[in-house]
Design a protein around this ligand. Structure first.
Ligand code: NAP
Length: 284
């Protein structure tokens, strides 16, 4: 049995779809907060079980009989260390044979603030004695390609990453790699640094969007605080705005790139590029 937590999230859904291409539906457990949201999976023969990171009892029953588990990090930033501890404890109690955790790229060295809960979770996993594999994810390409409305409206990408480069990959590529890890052998104890093959600066992002949209798009680099304030002014909640501005400073340092080639190797093909993803989108 292969289980996926957060299976109704954007990444989780893609992982379940990728698993369905590799194993029978009856071998897959979708662990979700709200089973009604996974009715489509249940209709296709996937086992749907309720599991909330905040409710240890639900995790214990969700993991019964599970051999391999993809633990997708939670989305409640600030509450995740305690929630993740409950997932790791349940995996240990249920004697899960392989726990794969979606951590953050370069977790050992990154200065990105969002990494703190991932570092704490990695330490819990190592201390638990549960056999593990770490899937350290870089940024999603969709962070850029699904947020283009203000870029097109202003003719400008705003950021605080300077000339730094980011190497994002699509959720679908991260999902396909996770499915490969969950259904093949030899991954126990491995730490995979997963990112796109292609790194770009935010000025290069602006140029690519400009070519795709057929209109001039520039890049304006702002100091970290000014960028965070601009994001708040645009309507983002302050903690999220500050986390994004902090991450841009991480990009300037190179925290969100890697030369590992791990994602490409797990996929057995090159990763999807910015140009390819833009080409699939309707032009504005
Ligand atoms: P998402 O669509 O927001 O999905 C998050 C998933 O976590 C959802 O399925 C959600 O359940 C589940 N979840 C949250 N709190 C939970 C809890 N207390 N108990 C059980 N499940 C809970 O995010 P995503 O795009 O799939 O990304 C997956 C994870 O990667 C995120 O949670 C976050 O840790 C991280 N992330 C990475 C990036 C990146 O660029 N690499 C960007 C954003 C987030 P529901 O379906 O019930 O809401």
């Amino acid at each position: 049995m292969i289980a996926v937590t957060g299976a109704t999230g954007q990444l989780g859904r893609l992982v379940v779809e990728a698993l369905l291409k590799r194993v029978p539906a009856g071998d897959i457990v979708a662990i979700v907060r709200t089973p009604a949201k996974a009715a489509d999976f249940a209709a296709r023969g996937v086992h749907v079980r309720r599991g909330d990171y905040g409710e240890p009892a639900s995790l214990a029953s969700a993991l019964v009989g599970v051999e391999r588990l993809l633990f997708i990090s939670g989305s409640e930033v600030g509450a995740r260390a305690k929630q993740h501890e409950a997932v790791v404890a349940a995996a240990r109690a249920q004697k899960v044979e392989l726990l794969a955790y979606t951590s953050i790229l370069n977790a050992d060295t990154t200065g990105v603030g969002l990494a703190a809960e991932h570092k704490a979770t990695e330490a819990m996993i190592r201390a638990s004695g549960v056999p593990f594999v770490l899937l350290r994810h870089g940024w999603y390409l969709e962070n850029y390609t699904e947020t283009l409305a203000p870029v097109l409206a202003h003719g400008m990408v705003f950021g605080a990453a300077g000339d730094g480069r980011v190497a994002p990959a699509t959720r679908a590529d991260f999902a396909a790699a996770a499915a490969a890890v969950l259904t093949t052998s030899g991954h126990e104890g491995k730490v995979y640094e997963l990112a796109g093959d292609e790194a770009f600066s935010l000025a290069e992002l602006a140029a690519a969007v400009s070519r795709w949209a057929g209109k001039p798009i520039g890049y304006t680099n702002l100091p970290q605080q000014a960028f965070a304030e601009a994001l708040v002014a645009a309507g983002l909640p302050a903690p999220f705005a500050h986390a994004l501005a902090d991450a841009d400073v991480g990009i300037a340092r190179g925290d969100l790139t890697t030369e590992s080639g791990d994602l490409r190797r797990l996929l057995g093909r090159p990763t999807e590029t910015l140009e390819q993803v833009l080409a699939r989108k309707p032009r504005p």
